[in-house]
Structures are given as C-alpha cells and as structure tokens.
Design a protein. Sequence first.
Length: 62
Amino acid sequence: MPNVTIDGPKIEDVEIKRVLVKEITDALEKAYKIPREAYVVVIKENPPENVGVGGKLILDRY
C-alpha cells in the first residue's frame, strides 16, 4: 500500500485538506492503477518556529 506524507505548515481550513488528500489520492490511483482504498495520506503540520532552513528558523526569515 503506497503511503504519502506531507510535511508543511499548518492548513487551517479542513476543506482545503479534504481537497488536497483527494487530489493526491486521485494522482496515486492514476499512476499506480491500484484502488484508492489502498493509499494512506498523512499531513504533518509544522509551525514555523519548529522548522529551520539555511540555518534560520522559518519564523525568522520573513
């Protein structure tokens, strides 16, 4: 069973998450030709104070 993990900033709107998971599942189903019930999509949300890029917290880059 294919698994997809998305690491990114928090998405406040649950409807956007529903669309994201559906569209990713659609793409997986098209690529793998396996029924959609086989896919697991996990959204991991990371606040900007917990992620660093180029030696700086994302929180401090903007």
